[in-house]
Design a protein around this ligand. Structure first.
Ligand code: TYD
Ligand code: MG
Length: 466
């Protein structure tokens, strides 16, 4: 009889510790260590397995494109890189209530309708609840096979019977538990053990598996972090509570791109694909108000126009506030520093807020110029022309630098009825879009002067002094 070995595992990052401590030394989180039984397979009771040699192969040789099956939801397929790869495992993470279950039952329903075997295992909801949702989504007739189960061994035994399913949805990985691990469901060890068993099943059978993972901020339930390196692709489903827009983004993808996004709208009848996101992101624009600029961005291969909103107000605080939603805060600090240093715009006594409309998150440096335009427009109380788009990177010297895919950005702007584009110098020659007047700016100071002049014209004076 071997004594059951116990160790302490951080529920945030999965690092083990020999004894309980208040703080995890690996990730620095407090109060995340909890006691878990060691995995039995690794226990001392078993005789060590003798290794069996296998054949090694040269790099040159036959290569196959991963066989894929499109889900039938175009925005979903765009993010995965063309559909579900046979034998692959995909993790879909996101806040509770964002719509993960809805998206995946819709994907399973669409595949099942196309004649493929699709299985949906819910560990969180009863079968009746899932049915109720399916009815709301008009999926009642889709031959999805359904079960409310949490025991991984039983699930694998069931799936191994009959025709191999083409798609298996496990909703969610946090509710699953496996016999091979002794800790409670939801702990890191259980999540990892269950994921391992399911991944082994996927590789063996060729079924594509989607694992749902909740992301919780308080670290009580093990986040799907520990599973991320085990799976083939990690998608994150994002959105803001107050908006109907949902964005599916690939964080990791062994079989496809990681910069594509899929855009959905949550409606009363489930998630609706948004084929033209620019129209959606610009649909709530307030024309003619200062502090907004339209940014012509690129997400993956697709141009997306989005409104950047800025508010610059005199501060009553010793250290003025800088808050940003949807963009990199350090990028904002940089743009503010360049405005101060090279354009004579004094912002030291002002609170600065920056928001990307519609809940989109921008990672491009090409947004610098649009952000700067919105900031100066707010400070000078000078509305920017409603029919203009902006893009360009701002360097620390105040120069406006060219960015990639200028032509695609201009084309999208022209398509949506914009008539002016303010862009870096090098972009001007790139494309001639009919109906689009392209003006270039060599440096940020020129843009600031233009906007300030507009403000003066409008007969209003702001805090502008440059
Ligand atoms: P759900 O898919 O259960 O989220 P998750 O699995 O990520 O926790 O979605 C829950 C929310 O979506 C819920 O607040 C209700 C809303 N919803 C709709 O607005 N329309 C619909 O058709 C459905 C099914 C859900
Ligand atoms: Mg759910």
């Amino acid at each position: 009889m071997s004594k059951r070995s116990l160790s302490f595992i951080c529920q945030n990052c999965g690092a083990p510790a020999p004894r309980w401590q208040g703080k995890c030394e690996a990730c620095g989180e407090w109060n995340t260590l909890s006691e878990e039984g060691a995995e039995r397979a690794a226990g001392p009771g078993r005789a060590p397995r003798k290794g069996r040699p296998f054949a090694l192969e040269p790099l040159a040789g036959e290569a196959h494109d991963a066989p894929r099956l499109a889900s039938g939801i175009a925005e979903f397929d765009r993010v995965t890189g063309g559909g579900f790869v046979r034998g692959s495992v995909l993790l879909v993470g996101g806040d509770p209530g964002i719509g993960k279950s809805t998206l995946l039952i819709q994907a399973a329903g669409s595949l099942a309708r196309a004649g493929h075997r699709a299985v949906y295992i819910s560990g969180e909801e009863a079968v009746a609840q899932v049915r109720l949702r399916a009815e709301r989504l008009a999926l009642r007739d889709a031959p999805v096979e359904l079960a409310a189960e949490t025991a991984v061994e039983d699930i694998i035994a069931t799936l191994s019977e009959g025709k191999t399913p083409r798609l298996v949805v496990i909703d969610s990985i946090q509710t699953m538990w496996t016999d091979t691990v002794e800790s409670a469901p939801g702990t890191v060890t259980q999540v990892r053990g269950s994921a391992q068993a399911l991944i082994r099943f996927a590789k063996r059978s060729g079924a594509a598996i989607i694992l749902v993972g909740h992301v919780t901020k308080d670290g009580q339930i093990a986040g799907p972090r520990v599973v991320e390196h085990m799976v083939d692709a990690v998608l994150s489903f994002e959105g803001e509570g107050s908006h109907q827009f949902r964005i599916l983004r690939a964080v990791k993808n062994r079989f496809g791109p990681t910069d594509e996004i899929g855009v959905f709208e949550m409606t009363g009848m489930g998630l609706r694909e948004v084929a033209n996101p620019s129209e959606l992101f610009l649909s709530e624009r307030e024309l003619g108000s200062p502090g907004t600029a339209v940014f012509a961005g690129i997400e993956g291969t697709r141009p997306i126009l989005v409104e950047i909103q800025a508010l610059v107000t005199p501060s009553s605080l010793g250290t003025p506030r800088r808050a940003v939603v949807g963009w990199d805060p350090s990028r904002l600090s940089m743009v503010l520093a360049v405005l101060e240093a090279h354009c004579g715009v004094r912002l030291g006594g002002h609170d600065v807020y920056l928001n990307v409309a519609g809940g989109l998150r921008i990672t491009e440096t090409a947004a610098d110029l649009a952000a700067a335009a919105a900031l100066v427009s707010s400070l000078a109380h000078a509305p920017l022309p409603a029919d203009a788009v902006y893009f360009g990177e701002v360097s620390l010297s105040g120069a406006v630098r060219p960015v990639a895919q200028g032509a695609a950005r201009l084309k999208e702007a022209a398509k949506l009825g914009f008539t002016r584009a303010i862009v870096p110098e090098a972009v001007r020659g790139e494309a001639g879009e009919p109906g689009l007047r392209v003006s270039d700016v060599a440096n940020l100071a020129n843009l600031v002067a233009d906007i300030a002049a507009r403000g003066k014209e409008a007969g209003k004076t702001g805090g502008q002094d440059g």
